[in-house]
Structures are given as C-alpha cells and as structure tokens.
Write a protein that binds this ligand. Structure first.
Ligand SMILES: Nc1nc2c(ncn2[C@@H]2O[C@H](COP(=O)(O)OP(=O)(O)OP(=O)(O)O)[C@@H](O)[C@H]2O)c(=O)[nH]1
Length: 673
C-alpha cells in the first residue's frame, strides 16, 4: 500500500477515533455537568427545605405572622426550586410533599393565635406536628435527593474522567501506532536514504538501496538507485573526459614546454602569463622573471614600442591586427640588449569582451645567416657559372629551362630572362632540340648521359661535349636534369690531328700500320660488297741494313722516303701504300679483276726501283722483294690473315734471291671460319 494512502487512512482512523472519543468524553462531561447542576439544584433544595424546617420550627413556637409570611415565601421559593431539575420520582415526591405543605400551613394559620380550647390546642398541635412531620419528610427527601444527586454527579464525573482518559489513551495509542507505522514504513527507509545520500555526498557512487517495495519509498529507492547509477556513469564519463582533458592539457603543456619555438602568451594588459623553455633559451629571461611583466618592456625594441602599444590597444578590443594570424619576420630584444630576428605567429583568444594573444616565436638568426650564406654562395656560384666557358643549364621534367648561365646567353643569343620558364625547343629551335632530345629523355629517366654533338649556334659550328646529370628526388623520381655543355671544337681539331698523326708514318707521310689495318679492313668489306678481288703486296727493301751501315741512317731515311714516293706512283690513288716499320711497306690493291693484275703491279714496282735514287738517297740503286697475297672477293679471310699470307710470300721471294715477287697460294685451311 502507498504510504500516502496508509498515512491518510491512519490519520482518518485517528481522527475518527479522536472524534468518537471526544464525543464520548463530551457526552460524559455533559452528563457530569448535568449531574453537577442537578446536584446543585438538589443541594439548594436541600438547603431550602432545611431553612423551611427551621422557619416552621420557629413559627410553631411563636406563630408570628412575619414568620408565617417568611415561611410562605420560603415555601414558594422552594416550590420554584423544585419546579426545575430532572424529573424523577424523588423530585415528584418532594413536589407533592411541598405542595401539600401550604394546606397544612394554611389550616394552621386559620387557627387563632392563642388556642382557647384543648381541642384547638390539640388541633394546633396536630397540625404543627403534621406540618413539622411533612416539613421534616420534605427535608429528609430533599436531603436524600441531594445525596443521590451528589452521588450521581460524582459518578458522572468519574465516568467522564474515565472516558476522557480512555479517549486520551486511545488517541495516544493511535498516535503511537501511527508514529510506529511512520517510523517503520517511512523513517527507517528515509534514514537509510539519508545515509545513502550522505555516502553519495562523500563520493561513494556505488551506494545502492535494497528493498523495492511498491510504495513511494520503493519508488524513491529505485529513483535513488537510478540516480546513483546515472551519476556513477556520468561521473565515470566525466572522469574519463577529465582524464582525457588532463591528458590533452598535459600534452599541450608538454608540447608548449618542449616546443622548438618560443611560446609566449599575454593577457589583455599585454602582460606575460606564459613563457616556455624555448622562450627562456631564445630571449635569456627565466619564466619566473617575466610572468606579469609587460611584453613590450622586455621584447619589443624601443623604436617599435609605440606602434606595438597602439596595436595592442586595438587588438585587445577587436581581436584583429596586422600581426594576427600572419607569419611575420620581426626583430625582438634579447635580455642582453641585442636584437634577434624571429618569425612571429600570433593567434587571438577571446576572453570575455577582450582578447588575449598566444604567440610562437621562432629564432631565425641561424636561418637568416644561412640565407645570407646561401645568397653569397649563390652569387659566387652564379659568378662562376657565368664566367666559365661552358653552358650550364637546368631543364625540368617538362623540358622547360629553369636556369641558364651567361655563356648560354653568349653562345645562343638568348638572355637568361628570356629563356627561363620556356620550353627548350622554343628557345634553341627544333634542330638543336632534336639533337638532344633522346639524351634528355634518358637523363630524365635517371641516367647520367655524356655525349658529343656538333651544333650550329649563331652561325658558328661548335662541337659540344654534353653531360646531363639527373636531379633525383629523395623518393627516386627525377625532377629535371643539370646540363653542362663544353665547347670542345678546338680540342676535337687537336684530337683529330693527333689521331691523324697516330695513323701516319712521320718519315714517309704514308699511313702507318694502324691506318693500314683500318684501310685493309674497309677494303676487305668493299671487296665483298663489290665482288672485286683485292691484293696485298708486302715489300721489304733488299739489304737495307747495309745502306744504313754504309751511308748512315740519314741516307737510309731518304731512301725510305723516295722508296715510298716511287711506290705511290706505281699504284692508283684508290690503292693504299703504307709503311709498317723499318723498310717494310704494304700496298693494298683494290678493284682487281684477277691475280695477274697484282703481279703486273709487282713487276711495275720492280721496274720503278731500277733507276738510281736521288742524291739525298746516296744515288743508290736498290731492289725490293715483294710478297703478293691475292684475295678473291668470295674468300672469307681476315686482314691479319691476308697480311700474314703476304708476309709468307715475301719470305719466299727473299728465299728466291730477292728483287722478285712471290704470290700466295691459298689453301682451304687459310679460310676464315
Ligand atoms: N735509316 C733507317 N733505317 C731503318 C729505319 N727503320 C729500320 N731501319 C733499319 O732497316 C734495316 C732493316 O734491315 P732488315 O730488313 O732486317 O735487313 P736487310 O738488310 O734489309 O735484309 P733483307 O731484308 O734480308 O734484304 C735495319 O738495319 C734497321 O735498323 C728507319 O726508319 N730509317
């Protein structure tokens, strides 16, 4: 049952009981009052009857009229008294007795004052006696009535007291029962709830109440449990959030403390309220020294303070300013008075109606010095690149020129300002571009390329040695290429000359062994292509050693020179006459029809040597032995094999007595594989 219903029911019961008890008590009290009034009435009647009896006795002694009058008045008053009161047999008897008295008294009055006869005397005595008896009876009756009324009144009073006590006891009992009920059903659970609430207040959110009755306290218990459960969850959630926030704050503080940049925050008055470790390192002030100090006094150079303070005033009100949310480079004061270049980032923080600021300051002294060093280095590099006689350029992956030096300007006639940013083909033209395109592509694929190319630049043919170096990013992709082009035209000419010299016999100006090998190789290939045979004649001056020995090496040299000239005259211009070494010469005859033609040439040489040599050559007559190797167009032999065959034939000619020639006989073993 609901407590409210229970309390209401018990209250109604108590009320009804109290009401009933009250009515009973009231009735008892009323009865007692009634009995009391009756008792007073009876007492009064008793007193009056007693007085009447006294008056009667006085009257019957003297029979005075005044006494008679008083008796009558008293009797009438008694009649009036007896007329009231509760009807009862005793009262009715008293009324009757009192009502009979006047007749007796009147008869007594009717008697003369002094009886004059015994009869009268007797009659008077009889009437007196009757009157006294009746009055005495009346007095006795009134007395009894008074006693009875007094007993009745006492009984009524006692009863009313009993009823009052009983009602009081009932009310007390009911109140006690109700109190017990309240204690059992309300105060106990409320006390437990109070203890549980106190426990919750102390922070014990695991407190749960047992006893899930269906009354209000049961509901309250459930609500309390739900509330503590919710509180526990909410508290746990809050704890987690607080922990997360604390962790986040700790992280932020750690980041700020250990930030590589100086972190400074200022309040709306421009006073410092945060100063991290890097700020200490950068500006030389310790955190404890600067907290509460004006930023402008510590960090702003004197010349900038007025502007700073004006800007601060505006910023504090509006949250905006030229330095807010911008990255600027400014100068700040170090503790020792020197200025430090710093990169400044400021964020505004709204704080009620005003704004405060958080600033990160990064000391860029090192960077600035590095920039200056870099600029100087770049300038030096530019000076160098502009003054070296090579083209230095950078071509990006899109084939656009991103750098060219002054030499490029000089050779190509395009100023760096007109070349940078444009496609290479637009700057150098399609011809030069096509000469380089393949190698550019190779370099852009990551290959270091070195190549030579001859290009006409501003009407001048230049032989350029190019080095393309790929610009490889850390991830392996190629951003572009560095191109270095050196003009090796002069070098090439020297090289060509050296090459020629290396392939020419300096004494006779004939091709030497090296050039002979090249020319023979080409001749063999031509022979195969043309199908025309060729022949190689291997010549050696007979007894040349003796010329040297007899006439000296100078004469020997002259002999060799004139010998060479005579050989050249014996062959066609398309043939090759070469000096191998010492007095050994080789002639390559091309475009032959058969071996007979080679033999004809051999004989012709023999005849050409017949006349005496010039004066410088000592006027000598000499001869030569010749080995002839005839090579048909279809014969697959190598130049070395041909030379060897000719040498072999020469040996045979020497053996045959010199001043003659011998022709090679090829066997199948001689064929090249
Ligand atoms: N003057 C001169 N002599 C040279 C030169 N080169 C080699 N000789 C000499 O040429 C000579 C060659 O002699 P050989 O061919 O071996 O002998 P030879 O006397 O010709 O005898 P045969 O060849 O058997 O007839 C050597 O004495 C070399 O010193 C040169 O450039 N100038």
């Amino acid at each position: 049952m609901k407590i409210r219903t229970l309390l209401l029911t018990s209250a109604v019961a108590a009320l009804l009981a109290t009401l009933g008890g009250g009515i009973i008590v009231w009735l008892a009290v009323a009865a007692a009052a009634d009995a009391s009034a009756e008792e007073e009435h009876a007492q009064e009647a008793s007193r009056e009857t007693a007085n009447l009896l006294v008056l009667t006795q006085e009257y019957v002694l003297h029979f005075e009229p005044r006494a008679a009058q008083q008796w009558q008045q008293r009797q009438a008053a008694l009649a009036l008294i007896l007329a009231g009161g509760h009807e009862s047999p005793a009262l009715q008897s008293l009324r009757r007795t009192n009502g009979d008295l006047p007749q007796v008294f009147d008869r007594l009055l009717e008697l003369p004052g002094s009886p004059d006869s015994p009869l009268k005397t007797r009659r008077q005595e009889f009437l007196v006696d009757e009157l006294l008896t009746a009055t005495q009876i009346l007095a006795d009756g009134a007395y009894r009535w008074a006693r009875e009324a007094s007993a009745t009144q006492m009984e009524a009073e006692r009863r009313s007291q009993h009823y009052g006590m009983a009602a009081f006891a009932l009310v007390v009992a009911l109140l006690l029962a109700q109190a017990l009920l309240v204690m059992r059903r309300v105060l106990g659970p409320v006390a437990r709830l109070g203890r549980a609430t106190a426990a919750v207040e102390r922070g014990d959110l695991n407190m749960r109440l047992k006893g899930h009755t269906e009354d209000e306290l049961g509901e309250l218990n459930r609500s309390f449990n739900a509330m503590t459960e919710s509180l526990a969850q909410r508290t746990a959630q809050l704890d987690r959030e607080i922990a997360l926030r604390a962790e986040s704050e700790a992280r932020v503080r750690s980041i700020i403390t250990n930030a590589p940049d100086a972190f400074i925050s200022i309040d709306e008055e421009g006073r410092i309220d945060e100063w991290n470790r890097q700020a200490e390192l950068t500006f030389g002030w310790q955190r404890d020294e600067v907290l509460g100090q004006l930023l402008s006094d510590l960090l702003i150079p004197p010349g900038m303070r007025a502007g700073h303070n004006a800007g601060m005033k505006h910023f504090v009100r509006t949250g905006v300013g030229p330095v807010i949310n911008n990255r600027l480079e400014v100068n700040a004061l170090h503790r020792d008075g020197h200025e430090i270049p710093v990169q400044l980032s400021i964020a505004a923080m709204k704080n009620g109606d005003t704004y405060t600021a958080n600033a990160f300051l990064h000391d860029i002294s090192g960077r600035r010095a590095a920039q200056e060093r870099l600029s100087a280095s770049e300038k030096r590099l530019r000076d160098i690149t502009n003054n070296v006689p090579v083209i230095i350029s950078y071509i990006d992956a899109d084939h656009r020129l991103q750098f060219v030096n002054e030499t490029f300007h000089e050779w190509m006639g395009v100023a760096p300002g007109d070349a940078v940013g444009r496609k290479l083909i637009e700057v150098v033209g399609p011809v030069l571009h096509s000469q380089r395109r393949h190698n550019i592509d190779r370099a852009l694929k990551g290959e270091r390329v070195v190549f030579e190319v001859e290009s006409e630049m501003r009407g001048q043919l230049r032989c350029l040695q190019n080095v393309y170096i790929p610009d490889v990013r850390p991830d392996g992709t190629v951003a572009g290429l560095y191109a270095v082009a050196s003009d090796v035209t002069a070098l090439k000419q020297v090289e060509r000359r050296l090459n020629e010299l290396a392939r020419i016999d300096t004494l006779t100006s004939l091709p030497n062994r090296r050039q002979l090998e090249e020319k023979l190789d080409q001749a063999v290939k031509r022979s195969r292509r043309s199908g025309r045979p060729l022949a190689v004649l291997f010549l050696d001056i007979d007894h040349f050693k003796q010329i040297n020995d007899k006439h000296g090496h100078g004469v020997g040299d002259e002999v060799l020179k004139e010998f060479a000239v005579r050989l050249v005259h014996c062959v066609r211009s398309t043939d090759t006459v070469a000096r191998l070494a010492g007095d050994e010469f080789v002639i390559v005859l091309e475009g032959l029809n058969d071996s007979a033609e080679a033999q004809i040439v051999a004989r012709k040489i023999g005849q050409a040597l017949g006349p005496a040599f010039g004066e410088a050559a000592g006027g000598l007559a000499l001869s030569s032995s010749i080995g002839v190797a005839f090579v048909d167009a279809g014969t697959k032999v190598t130049p070395e094999q041909i030379i060897a065959k000719a040498d072999e034939a020469l040996y045979r000619a020497k053996r045959a007595g010199r001043a003659t020639f011998a022709v090679t006989e090829w066997s199948s073993d001689d064929l090249a594989p």
